[in-house]
Ligand binder design. Structure first.
Ligand code: AKG
Ligand code: FE2
Length: 196
């Protein structure tokens, strides 16, 4: 789709469960928080990160930081997550950030570009876990025609090459569409190379 590669069903249930176990440890070390946009509106997703850098947003703007809002460094990216990156982005440098987004009831993500990284030659790899989400892909500039695809638990998406800077977002999440997370909701991981 528009140069965005969707690997539907790439991860089977055991792999998804292993990822969730590892992510629980990440969230214990670096609790989820609700970022404020620079405009002073809280985002509806809760997030945290693993890796050398974490992505965050506050009144100072969107940026990468070497520390969680608590002031502590982020936990390392789990091997189970790095294995997904190696499977679809073997040519790329090692990821330095695994952004963890948690979508609870009603959470969404507006159309945006991922453009806080230093080298747009490196892809962004996304992993979906839990409830299904309606992913919208637009163009290299804001507006214009868009295409949508439901991302299911275990789907992997590569935003790279010509499509690296396409606008994208999550319109909605379908509650109770997956049994992976007992508490419901959706986890999305995005792996990024921050400063090559
Ligand atoms: O939740 C998703 O599938 C997309 C997340 C995303 O675009 C981002 O974190 O930049
Ligand atoms: Fe994004």
């Amino acid at each position: 789709m528009r140069g965005v590669q969707v690997f539907a069903g790439m991860l089977g249930r055991p792999a998804q469960e292993a990822l969730v176990d590892d992510l629980r440890a990440v969230v214990r070390a670096a609790p989820l928080f609700s970022p404020m946009t620079p405009y002073g509106k809280p985002m509806s997703v809760r997030m945290t990160s693993a890796g050398r850098y974490g992505w965050l947003s506050d009144r100072r703007g969107y940026r990468y930081s070497e520390t969680h809002p608590s002031g502590r460094p982020w936990p390392p990216i789990p091997d189970s997550v790095l294995a997904v990156w190696r499977a679809v982005a073997s040519e790329a440098a090692a990821p330095q950030c695994c952004l963890v987004n948690f979508y609870g009831e009603g959470a969404r993500m507006g159309m945006h570009q991922d453009r806080d990284e230093g080298d747009f030659g490196q892809p962004v790899v996304s992993v979906s876990l839990g409830d299904s989400a309606l992913f919208r892909i637009g163009n290299l500039t804001r507006g214009g025609k868009t295409e949508s695809v439901w991302l299911e638990s275990g789907d992997v998406v590569v935003i790279g090459g010509e499509a690296r800077l396409v606008y994208h977002g999550i319109d909605r999440v379908k509650p109770n569409s997956s049994t992976l997370l007992p508490e419901g909701g959706r986890i999305n991981l995005t792996l990024r190379v921050v400063d090559p």
